[in-house]
Write a protein that binds this ligand. Structure first.
Ligand SMILES: O=C(O)CCC(=O)C(=O)O
Length: 380
């Protein structure tokens, strides 16, 4: 990863920044917005004391200097609105290429074997929780083992990582075979890889499934990493990948009390077009009317996505044992299960949802409390 460095152009005297082998001028308006002067920024809340949209559009840098010394490198600037400030070059470099302080995702395939495992009895220890959060953020899934097999434990496990999100299914939902239930998850049928509730806004970020009992020989849990699968899809068919990113699909759910509906793409990407996850549930998606060629191309791409999601090379499959809770990013790690025969004995899981933001926040706070060095993403 290259780090932005600042210099003054010896010919023009303009302040420049070099990044990824190219040097360009630093826009005055951008730099002025970075102000950390106490007259411009409340240092306690880290919130601005001025409205950046009120800066003059023709703002300029009238004088600039880069000073390297024992206390670091500083960029001193005087702006045409009279404001002068000494900026810490390291902080400016971070503003250009921000690091959110969480590990980067690690794409995985079937050779992962099982999700990283963490002992419930240890998670009250900050270092153990930090390690569990690290693995969750990197792999998108962990299994918490040796938790009690009492009803409602899933909420306690969820509370360790974030805040429970209640839905029309309740604060928690029971996954067991119920004839004529309002969701196929509550029948003994196999479930292919899917994300939950793509019809909800926002979709559930993280799902927990906690096993209370499984006396059947089936009902194996399956997980697939959307990042690994879409890496492959993008390499094979970049245009098809783009269609799955750029086509808004309608998802909906209806029962007697609920009517939910959303429009979103099947593949979600971030500002750098890196895949963050999928909205994928082949029982629930409805295409917009597009021209014939685009519709066929979309179908081809979605079919290939489905093949890859079901390819054993990408899937891990395991029996969730009583007392184990599977925690997984609902959009990044698609889940499913093999079918089971309810005549063999009971199978009962309890599930709930939490949002993405709390585990990330807890990880950052724990690292601060444990005095871990601030690491660039991916350095753990
Ligand atoms: O029964 C399971 O293991 C998974 C259930 C499921 O896919 C769900 O509740 O969304």
């Amino acid at each position: 990863m290259s780090v932005a460095t600042f210099s003054i152009d010896p010919v023009t005297g303009r302040l420049g920044v070099s990044l990824d082998g190219a040097t360009r001028a630093v826009p005055a308006l951008w730099l002025r917005e970075q102000s950390r002067d106490p007259s411009q920024l409340d240092l306690v809340s880290d919130q601005r004391l001025f409205d950046p949209h009120l800066l003059p559009v023709d703002l300029d840098i009238v004088e600039a200097r880069v000073d390297a010394g024992a206390d670091g490198t500083w960029v001193w600037v005087r702006f045409s609105d009279g404001h002068a400030e000494r900026f810490d070059a390291t902080e400016l470099a971070i503003a250009i290429d921000p690091d959110d302080g969480c590990p980067d995702p690690i794409a995985w395939r079937s050779d992962l074997g099982t999700p990283p495992r963490h002992d419930w009895r240890e998670l009250h220890r900050p270092a153990a929780l930090e390690a569990a959060l690290h693995d969750f953020l990197a792999y998108g899934t962990i299994v918490v083992h040796d938790s009690p097999t009492t009803e409602g434990t899933v909420l306690e496990v969820a509370g360790t990582f974030g805040y429970v999100r209640e839905t029309n299914f309740g604060r928690l939902f029971d996954v067991r075979s119920v004839p004529r239930s309002n969701d196929l998850a509550y029948r003994p049928v196999p479930l292919g890889p899917h994300t939950d509730n793509p019809y909800r806004v926002p979709t559930p970020g993280i799902q927990l499934l906690h096993c209370l009992v499984n006396d059947t020989s089936g009902g194996l849990s399956t997980l697939v990493d959307a990042i690994a699968v879409t890496d492959q899809l993008r390499a094979e068919d970049p245009a098809g990948f783009d269609l799955l990113v750029d086509t808004m699909v309608r998802f909906h759910f209806r029962d007697d009390d609920t009517a939910l509906e959303s429009y979103r793409p099947i593949v979600d990407v971030d500002h750098r077009r890196r895949v963050t996850g999928l909205h994928y549930s082949p029982r629930l998606d409805h295409l917009p009317l597009m021209d014939d060629e685009r519709t066929r191309a979309f179908h081809r791409a979605r079919r290939r996505l489905a093949e890859l999601l079901s390819d054993p090379a990408f899937e891990i499959r395991f029996a969730l044992q009583p007392g184990e809770a599977m925690v997984f990013s609902n959009d990044r790690v698609l889940h499913g299960r093999t079918g089971f025969d309810p005549q063999e004995g009971p199978r009962h899981l309890q599930g709930c949802y939490i949002d993405h933001d709390a585990p990330r926040s807890r990880y950052r706070v724990l690292r601060r409390q444990l005095s871990r060095p601030f690491a660039r993403s991916g350095e753990g």
